[in-house]
Design a protein around this ligand. Structure first.
Ligand SMILES: Nc1ncnc2c1ncn2[C@@H]1O[C@H](COP(=O)(O)OP(=O)(O)O)[C@@H](O)[C@H]1O
Ligand SMILES: [Mg+2]
Length: 254
């Protein structure tokens, strides 16, 4: 199979202009590791932070490099997970659901190994919900709650499941924006996919988000849920949905 190397937008052009215009250049570009690599079945996935010469602290890229790193379920195919993430990012972008911009994606088979790189524009001026909750002692501003709720509602109404909705994967812009401008970006879309029902996406994602948003009062959690549904009070169906989410969370953390 021929190697793939595709760039998108101005960020992609700036990579090319800096000489990062081939699979090899992207694969060997030196950066700072973000976390310890993930390993699975002989394959790996690593994320690192990169800057072009002259870029300040705010600019730059995040690269995800994978080798033989496939979905857990064999039925899901033997395609690098970052390829699935790439398609999800493009779809989210098309639907106006906030996510990082793709600068480049590249793939090849080398010595019998499947290798790939996904280059994303670093979110600058954003803070993860994790960091934000820690900073404000579990009491986020109402504008933040509203914006996150609106972004997730939009995603779920499209029957899109994020599938990895930890607070560290939700980013919120710090500064002010326009009135209907979306200040929220979701990252790590490896497991994002269409599911048959809106409700399925809502239960699974909100259960995870609820379980990992530590130190937030019950009152604030309820307020988030009301914002998410866009209602002032819950009707019977909505109360049932909330009970399902809470019960599922209890089961998982038991
Ligand atoms: N575009 C981005 N902007 C800012 N931070 C990012 C971006 N992409 C990744 N990160 C950081 O790198 C970490 C790992 O990336 P992620 O996509 O979650 O990979 P993994 O599959 O290893 O969890 C994220 O939790 C976040 O801190
Ligand atoms: Mg992650």
């Amino acid at each position: 199979m021929k190697p793939v190397f595709v760039t998108h937008g101005a960020a992609g052009s700036s990579l090319r202009a800096a000489g990062i215009a081939t699979f090899d250049a992207l694969w060997t570009w030196a950066g700072d590791a973000v976390d310890a690599p993930n390993r699975r079945g002989g394959g790996f996935s690593r994320v690192s932070r990169h800057r072009l010469p002259g870029e300040d602290d705010e600019g730059g890229f995040y690269l995800k490099r994978q080798q033989d790193y496939f979905p857990r379920h064999r039925l899901a195919g033997r395609e690098l997970l970052l390829w699935r993430e790439y398609r999800a990012l493009r779809r989210f972008e098309r639907l106006g659901i906030g996510c990082p911009s793709v600068a480049a994606v590249a793939m090849r088979t080398e010595g019998g190994h499947r290798q790939g790189v996904l280059a994303l524009v670093a979110l600058s001026g954003y803070e993860s919900l994790d960091a934000l909750l820690a900073r404000c002692g579990g009491r986020p501003p109402d504008a933040t709650v509203r914006a996150v709720a609106r972004c997730l509602r939009r995603m779920h109404r499209q029957r899109l499941l994020h599938g990895n909705l930890y607070p560290k994967h939700v980013y919120v812009r710090a500064g002010p924006g326009g009135a209907d401008d979306n200040p929220v970006r979701v990252i790590d879309l490896e497991d994002a996919r269409r599911v048959p029902l809106v409700r399925l996406a809502a239960v699974r994602d909100l259960e995870k988000l609820n379980r990992y948003c530590h130190g937030v009062s019950g009152f604030r959690r309820l307020r988030f849920f009301l914002r998410y549904l866009g209602v002032r009070r819950l009707d019977r169906r909505q109360r049932r949905l909330l009970r399902i989410i809470v019960a599922r969370g209890r089961r998982k953390s038991a």
